[in-house]
Each structure stands twice: as C-alpha cells, then as structure tokens.
Design a protein around this ligand. Structure first.
Ligand code: ATP
Length: 370
C-alpha cells in the first residue's frame, strides 16, 4: 500500500504563496493528475513530494510516515521531467543502468531490471544505441525506463510529453497509462493539458493560484464542476458562461438572459434559496446546445459567426441577439458543438435550443449552485 498524503501543505517563496493549505490523498496504485494553468503551483507540489523543496507548513506522508525528515535519495521516488536529461555519451543500456549503479545494485540484479524495463518499453533492440540516434518518443521511453528500473514506491512526472509532437504525444499518453496500470505504481502526473489529464487519470486535482479547486474522477469534474473556473478549464470548446438573473413569474421560474428566458420551473426546488432578481451565471456546454429546425418559444434566434471544423464534429460560434453581458463569455457568442457535415454557413440564421437538463447554475462569485 503506497498512499501519498499532503496534509495542509503550504509553500511560500519570499512571502509569495505558491501552494496554499493543500490537502490531498493519493491512493495506492492511483494515477493522479495535478492540473492547472501555468504558474498555479503544480511543479512546486511535485518538488515538495520529491524533497527538492521543503514545505513552509504542513506534512507529507508516504506509506503512512512523514517524509519531511527523509532525504531525497531515501524517499524511494522516481521523477520523470519535461526534458529527458539522458546522458548522450552513454548507450541506452548504460542510461538505464545508471540509477542502479548509483545505488550500488549488484550487476546481476541491474541486468535483470534493465532487461525487464527494456522489454516493457520496447527498447530491447536499442540498448546499444546512444540517445542522439533515437527518436523523441524513444528518448522519452528511456527516461521512463530510468524511472522504472528503480522500482520506486511512487512515480512523479512533470509534463513528460511537452516536447513530443502531437501524434507521438497521443501515443505516449496511452503507453504511460498502460504501463502505470501494469506496474501498479502510485503516480502523480503534472500537466496543464486538460485533455491529457482527462484521458490518463483515475482522478484529477485541479489547482488555481496554489489552491485546490476540486478533486475527482475526470467525469465527476466535468459533469459536476465546483465553480466557474473548473467548468471553464475542462472541456474543449469551452463551456459557455452567461450572465443571467433569477425570475419567478406566473407560477413559473426562469433564468433571464436578457435575450431569452430559460424556463427552469422543474428545477425550482434546488433554486429555492434564490430571490427574484438574483444575479447568476448559467453554464452550458457546447454539446448541450443544438440547432433547432422549427421555430418555437424555447428556441433562440441567432446567427452563425464562425465555423471551426474539429474532424467528426464542428464547433459553431453563434452570435446571440442583443446581449450586453460580455463578462464571462467570449463576447456575445456561444459555442455550439454539432456533428460535422451539418449544412450551415457563416451568416446563416439558426435557432438554438438549450438542453436545460444539463445546465449548471453558478453564483455570481463563481461557486456552483446546481
Ligand atoms: P508551469 O506550468 O508554468 O510550469 P506551475 O504550475 O508548475 O507552472 P510552479 O512552477 O510551481 O507553477 O510555480 C508556482 C509559483 O511559484 C509561480 O508564481 C512561480 O513563479 C513561483 N516559484 C516557483 N519556484 C520558485 C522559486 N524557486 N523562487 C521563487 N518563486 C518560485
């Protein structure tokens, strides 16, 4: 059982907070991604776990024991970085064997471990080559191999796919995930790429300005975001966030978007703390808006502004009718995801239909209500 616990961990650099009162439990054999925008404290968290930084407050436990007093070498953690940092003058075999040599592992054991790692990573035919004669993907596999041969308790990975081309990146995501499953090593993976985190992780911890915003499975975070930041960070094209106000009239309940009143009478119970006029934010994902064929009271007349082909789907950016609240949206437009091949052109008048059973309602401050 290798569980990693971050218990109220904070890190300040010269008085500036990089990580603030961070609590997270990473379960045995779990693949946990630390996700967030640039500068939110992801690398600092990883460095704290590795022992490359000392927390200003809080505790870090591995396997039930605090590691704050345990030196880096003895933490039994292997790290993989953005840059592979291989030794160019050494063969692949020597690169893989190096961490073991440093730890005075016997030659026989080293051979066995290198052989196993090389087979696992498909490097067995490349053991005599030097890194300069390997592709980017092969070099990254050697970097992973160097972590694997150590047979550590925990893998820490800091954006290891950053410098690979998009195709290789997609391939390596699957390879790393499969490898991690097979080895069953608790893994903490830092990335700013939401799709990478969604595809690879058992759970994701999403950070903003050093503060944990939400932790959960990819589906949980996508479907039940805790605030507008989380909702906006996951999903591509991004969720539509629209200012609105709460209105009760004639026994019905609406979200008033100025250009349209969305009837949410059947969800009124959850909204019962609201009062007429409360300012809210409606979140609706591009796949929950459709283009309606028929004119009806629950559709919104609008105009196609931009079409972004995404392969099997397209993102249609649609201009809303007069709408003054531009604060959270991209202007006065919404993203609508449709199947490719839909016969629409820029400038076409279309009617939008919101799937109101899949909406999110946030307070003006950003916290989720529904
Ligand atoms: P990126 O995705 O760009 O790598 P990140 O989320 O990993 O960013 P960190 O590198 O952890 O973010 O940095 C978090 C904050 O702490 C940043 O504001 C950064 O400038 C600051 N910081 C990190 N290391 C140090 C340091 N050694 N001294 C001073 N400030 C630092």
């Amino acid at each position: 059982m290798v569980k990693v616990i971050l218990d109220g961990v904070s890190k300040r650099f010269n008085g500036t907070s990089a990580v603030d009162k961070f609590n997270l439990e990473i379960n045995d054999e779990e693949f946990m991604s630390i996700l967030g925008p640039s500068g939110c404290g992801k690398t600092t968290l990883l460095r704290l776990i590795a022992g490359l930084e000392v927390p200003s407050n809080g505790d870090i436990l591995i396997d039930g024991n605090s590691v704050l007093e345990v030196p880096i070498r003895e933490r039994d953690i292997a790290m993989v970085f953005q840059r592979y940092s291989l030794y160019n003058h050494m063969t692949v075999y020597d690169n893989l064997a190096f961490p073991l040599k440093m730890r005075k592992v016997s030659e026989q054991d080293t051979k066995r471990r290198v052989k196993n790692a090389a087979e696992l990573l498909g490097l067995d035919k490349l053991l005599d080559r030097k890194p300069g004669k390997l592709s980017g993907g092969e070099q990254q596999r050697v970097a992973l191999g160097r972590a694997i041969v150590r047979e550590p308790k925990v893998f820490l990975m800091d954006e290891p796919l950053t410098f690979l081309d998009p195709k290789l990146r997609t391939q390596m995501r699957v390879e790393i995930k499969t490898l991690q499953r097979r080895l069953g090593v608790t893994t903490i993976y830092v990335t700013h790429d939401q799709s990478e985190a969604m595809i690879m992780s058992d759970r994701i911890a999403l950070l903003k300005n050093g503060v944990l915003q939400q932790v959960g499975t990819p589906d949980e975070i996508y479907e039940k975001p805790s605030n507008t930041f989380v909702a906006g960070f996951l999903g591509s094209p991004a969720i539509n966030l629209l200012d609105c106000s709460y209105v009760e009239k004639g026994g019905k309940t609406f979200l008033d978007l100025e250009f349209f009143k969305l009837d949410i009478t059947d969800q009124k119970d959850i909204m019962n703390k609201k009062r007429n006029g409360s300012e809210l934010i409606l979140g609706i994902r591009p796949e929950d808006i459709s283009l309606a064929h028929e004119k009806s009271a629950d559709t919104i007349e609008s105009e196609v502004y931009v079409i972004e082909p995404l392969g099997s789907e397209s993102n249609i950016i649609v201009k809303l009718p007069t709408y003054k609240a531009f604060k959270f949206g991209m202007h006065d437009v919404v993203n609508v995801k449709v199947n490719a091949g839909m016969n629409v052109k820029i400038g076409d008048k279309v009617r939008l239909k919101f799937n109101k059973h899949n909406i999110h309602i946030f307070k003006k401050s950003g916290e989720i209500i529904l």
